[in-house]
Design a protein around this ligand. Structure first.
Ligand code: AHR
Length: 618
């Protein structure tokens, strides 16, 4: 590998070249990164237009002791359902309640993770025409072991009343549930029952371990909230940002009919922008453009959608006195969020009305926010787009050899015109399994090509980011989790090899090996923020099954500038199909060791099926 480090053959790479794509898929947010422990907290999961179903709430007791239904008696206009619990047994008389009473429980999203010593904030709305005595508790999955408890005793809740309790856990259980019980005869209505851990990231509601997994990738941007989630099968089930802001109790929630689950939209437009800020990543907002998988708004009627997009931008960055900026300010963020990128729809280029509608969005946004960069859904890698855009979206899901060979995809792309945003890439199918080394190596090869073409590729992100193992809607994914634990797939760890690339300097590098068809490489200079020193980094993927002896020659650089030792980090495994798992989360993870002979000429050994990165201080 010949690396030319002379100034004339270097190029600075975009500051936000590598980032993440967060989609509400696989319960990534609801029951994932969003730390709300109650599932279906408003009893709305059947939707406003059908009689509500209470699932996964269940009843403690039997028909002779209580009747549980839902009715339209909520105090919240947008989410009208409340749960009505008619208790037939009592603590005295002939129909005595069982010890501890009867009631309802919520198992969360496949079990709540309750940890000893931690405090959980319970909020609920309650109403009854009689005085109430309700015990709230956190228990194991069968309600036998109590981990935390509090009593709600009130003489007058004849109007809807907000109740709050802090529950401190005296034990741990990853499969806990929340119980609301009473042994007093009468009728009680419950609504908007929320249980949040107090130790979310900065108190912003993000589950700490999952937030850290993403932050550790140092993403330069975050694209949200989808994907198909933005489109919906039908427009009525699309993510519409206005329904996701303001007090959580008043958000209607919606049924995502592509990934087929209900979300309360606790993780809404505001929270996504906050997440981007907390990650130090540039927000890239994908908005619904009047197109779903099965419907498309006629260009003559698209203006309300255009206004909705403009309002969403105003919400993010408008003055705190503006109509929507004031809503943001009221939610706790008077300063604007740094929104500079929006995508006009997702994967809609060939759907009806895309271009005609797109042009209306483009013109209106450009007029109101000339600095906002707009992303088209149409591929511009092979020729000029037939409409104006700052970037075009590019998605690639394919088998390993196809993805690996796509390292050259952008070599022939025109150097003028809109840049590519590879917002979704991944190896899928048999080669990927549920996250294999093989997939990760092919993706690394593709990303090395992205680095080399970063004059025409502005951003790239893997998809999807998260999967809750209890509801796998897409395979593979970068981060796998359940209620209490998580691990990265090889594709997650592969991305760590690229996290120093944002804003780094690309050096010209040429592979001259015989086996070059199974090798891809790149060379960069980056600044380490910890020791404030420059490093030369050479990354090489050996996609083949043979060991490769490689000579790395650095030309155009004063040899005294390079340290004589450095480090070597390898992602490999005994079998190219190896995957990580909860049982063996670190089977395929990067292994760092000393590189003893660094310098201008380096003889290195590349393991079969490996990604290796060599770092030498300059
Ligand atoms: O990443 C999963 C899905 O793949 C996204 O929702 C969609 O944009 C693509 O088809």
């Amino acid at each position: 590998l010949v690396v030319n480090a002379s100034k004339s053959s270097t190029r600075k790479m975009p500051e936000s070249l590598f980032g993440v794509f967060f989609e509400e898929i696989n319960h990534a947010g609801a029951g994932g990164l969003w730390a709300e422990l109650v599932s279906n907290r408003g009893f709305e999961s059947g939707g406003q237009h059908s009689p509500s179903i209470i699932d996964p709430w269940s009843i403690i007791g039997d028909d002779s002791m209580l009747k549980v239904t839902t009715d339209f008696s909520s105090c919240f206009k947008q989410n009208p359902m409340a749960l009505k619990m008619e208790v037939l047994c009592d603590n005295h008389g002939t129909n005595i309640c069982p010890v501890g009473g009867v009631g309802i429980y919520n198992p969360g999203h496949w079990g709540m993770n309750i940890e000893e010593g931690k405090t959980y904030n319970l909020v609920l709305y309650i109403r009854s025409l009689e005085s109430i005595n309700v015990t709230v508790s956190l228990t194991d999955s069968i309600g036998v072991q109590t981990l935390a408890t509090a009593n709600i005793i009130e003489s007058d809740v004849s109007d809807w009343t907000k109740m709050e309790a802090k529950l401190k856990a005296k034990g741990s259980n990853v499969n806990s549930r929340l119980q609301l019980k009473t042994d007093k005869k009468g009728v009680i209505w419950f609504d908007q029952v929320s249980l949040m851990p107090t130790d979310t990231y900065k108190g912003h509601g993000f589950r700490n371990d999952l937030f850290k997994m993403v932050a550790d990738m140092k993403p330069g941007f975050i694209r949200f909230p989808g994907g198909c989630f933005v489109e919906g099968e039908y427009l009525r089930n699309a993510f519409r940002w206005k329904e996701t802001v303001g007090p959580w109790e008043e958000r209607p929630g919606h049924f995502g009919d592509v990934w087929m689950y209900w979300t309360e939209d606790g993780l809404g437009h505001y929270e996504f922008l906050q997440l981007a800020e907390d990650l130090g990543a540039a927000p890239v907002w994908v908005f619904n453009n009047g197109i779903s998988h099965k419907e498309s708004v006629d260009p003559s009627n698209i203006m309300p959608f255009v206004q909705e997009a403009l309002d969403g931008i105003e919400f993010a960055r408008g003055d705190p006195n503006s109509t929507w900026g004031s809503v943001r300010a009221k939610m706790g963020h008077p300063e604007p969020f740094d929104l500079k990128y929006v995508a006009i729809g997702n994967e809609d280029c060939w759907l009806k009305n895309y271009r005609a509608n797109y042009l209306q969005f483009y013109a209106a946004i450009q007029k109101a926010y000339p600095d906002i960069k707009m992303i088209s859904n149409c591929d511009g890698s092979n020729g000029q787009l037939d409409h104006p855009a700052d970037m075009y979206d590019f998605h690639i899901y394919a088998n390993a050899s196809t993805v690996f060979s796509m390292a050259n995809t952008f070599d022939r792309t025109s150097r003028v015109g809109p840049k590519a945003f590879v917002s979704e890439y991944a190896v899928t199918g048999n080669d990927a399994g549920s996250g294999s080394l093989l997939g990760a190596l092919a993706e690394a090869g593709f990303l090395l090509g992205v680095e080399k073409n970063s004059d025409v590729v502005e951003m790239a992100s893997y998809a999807p980011l998260f999967v809750n193992t209890n509801d796998r809607r897409w395979m593979p994914d970068a981060i796998v989790f359940d209620s209490s634990q998580s691990y990265g797939t090889p594709s997650y760890w592969m991305q760590h090899f690229f996290k120093e690339s944002n804003g780094a300097t690309l050096l010209k590098s040429t592979l001259q090996a015989n086996s070059s068809s199974s090798l891809e490489a790149s060379a960069i200079v980056y600044r380490d923020t910890e020791d404030n020193k420059n490093y030369l980094r050479v990354k090489v993927v050996n996609f083949g099954s043979n060991t490769v002896n490689l000579k790395i020659m650095i030309n155009g650089l004063d040899p005294n500038l390079l340290d004589t030792s450095g480090s070597k980090t390898v992602l490999s495994s005994t079998n190219v199909r190896d995957e990580n798992s909860f049982a063996n989360p670190e089977k395929v993870t990067p292994v760092k060791s000393l590189l003893e002979t660094a310098g201008k000429n380096m003889d290195v050994i590349l393991l079969p099926h490996s990604l290796t990165c060599f770092d030498v201080k300059m």
